[in-house]
Design a protein around this ligand. Structure first.
Ligand SMILES: [Zn+2]
Ligand SMILES: [Zn+2]
Length: 367
């Protein structure tokens, strides 16, 4: 029996656009679905087969040029789902970009197309907070954190099979990795292939389950992780360590996210690369000028305070600030000078200040 023309099967013209092909397929698939009243399995398979070829621009080109011979006459065989993506893949109606319909349809199938995953799953990401001292954030630090997480099973190395044993074909899905389920939809009952629960889509299961992890491939354990904190990191930064998260038997490990918190310092505050602090000097030193010692993250540094310094004046100590994260430059330390006024004067001191005051009748010394 000769095959019908694929365009004819879908009821479209040879020049149909990809969108028209999808729409036609969707219409026909719903109309002919074998699990629905009035459905027709043979025609349904035919529609799927036609769609398989025409949705793929390369196959379509070969078909246009050579006819059925050009595309190997892909036959549905006994599997009603062969047309939906061939072996080893889940049902793929490919309605993703068909406006609202894709969403509605997706929801019948257990949630927005998630059923079609054939990609390897990742392990769970792990998040943690790490508190640093002010200086640790400024200069960087290598630290070790303790995590309790699902890590690769040491006994089976994540392979799920007891060492010395092999994997065998899954009995439930006969190695296909898929199980057929029936979903009730507004179009009637629709069969769908879902990931086999026994083998989780792998098509094979352990001859003997790993005696330590029970074939999950993972085991809960305490794990110490060394983390190198770069100099210059600030409060609120997040460090991501790829594949330091939880393990899974089905794919890569998740990531570890380290949320950095920097403890406040008793003397210093920070604004980006600047470190800020203040120093108190008395009125006389401010007037006459002095040299004072300033605490910096590098230790005490001497600083000249010129005569006539006003309270609130900022002085800059270059190179004593925070290192730039991506270069060897450093910011500055800014010192704000606070001038203290004497509070308890004895009689003699008061007289001296009176004399001083009288020496400057016009108060011109204070600007
Ligand atoms: Zn194991
Ligand atoms: Zn299976």
């Amino acid at each position: 029996m000769s095959k019908r023309d694929y365009y004819e099967v879908l009821g479209i013209s040879k020049g149909a656009s990809d969108d028209e092909i999808k729409k036609a397929f969707r219409r026909k698939a719903i109309e002919l679905h074998p699990d629905k009243e009035g459905g027709d399995e043979a025609k349904f398979k035919e529609v799927n087969e036609a769609y398989e070829v025409l949705k793929d621009s390369q196959k379509r080109q070969r078909y246009d040029q050579f006819g059925h011979a050009g595309v190997g006459g892909a036959s549905g065989g006994g599997n009603p789902f062969a047309g939906f993506g061939g072996q080893g893949q889940n049902v793929n109606f490919d309605f993703g970009d068909m406006g609202g319909f894709g969403d509605i349809f997706g929801s019948f199938f257990g949630g927005g197309g998630q059923q079609r995953q054939s990609r390897p799953k990742r392990g769970r990401d792990v998040e943690m907070a790490l508190e640093l001292d002010f200086e640790e954030a400024v200069f960087g630090v290598e630290t070790e954190v303790k995590l309790n997480l699902n890590d690769t099973c040491e006994h089976c190395k994540g392979k799920t099979v007891e060492p010395g044993h092999q994997m065998k074909k899954c009995d439930t899905c006969k190695g296909s990795g898929q199980e057929v389920r029936v979903a009730k939809t507004i179009f009637g009952n629709i069969q769908q292939a879902v990931t086999c629960q026994t083998c989780r889509g792998k098509g094979e299961i352990p001859e003997k389950d790993c005696s330590v992890c029970g074939a999950t491939g993972v085991q809960r354990k305490d794990k110490n992780v060394k983390i190198k904190i770069p100099a210059g990191i600030d409060d609120g930064a997040v460090i991501r360590l790829r594949e330091y998260g939880e393990a899974t038997a089905n794919g890569n490990k998740g990531d570890l996210y380290v949320n950095i918190r920097v403890k406040p310092h008793k003397e210093f505050t920070r604004e980006g690369l600047l470190i800020l602090s203040s120093v108190h000097i008395d009125m006389v030193d401010a007037a006459l000028g002095t040299e004072t010692e300033i605490n910096t993250v590098d230790g005490p540094v001497k600083m000249k305070v010129p005569a006539g310094t006003q309270s609130g004046t900022d002085f800059k100590l270059s190179g004593h600030g925070v290192p730039h994260l991506k270069s060897d430059k450093r910011g500055s330390h800014i010192v704000t000078v606070e001038v203290d006024t004497p509070v308890k004067l004895n009689k003699q001191q008061k007289e001296l200040l009176e004399q001083f005051k009288n020496s400057d009748k016009k108060r011109g010394l204070f600007r």
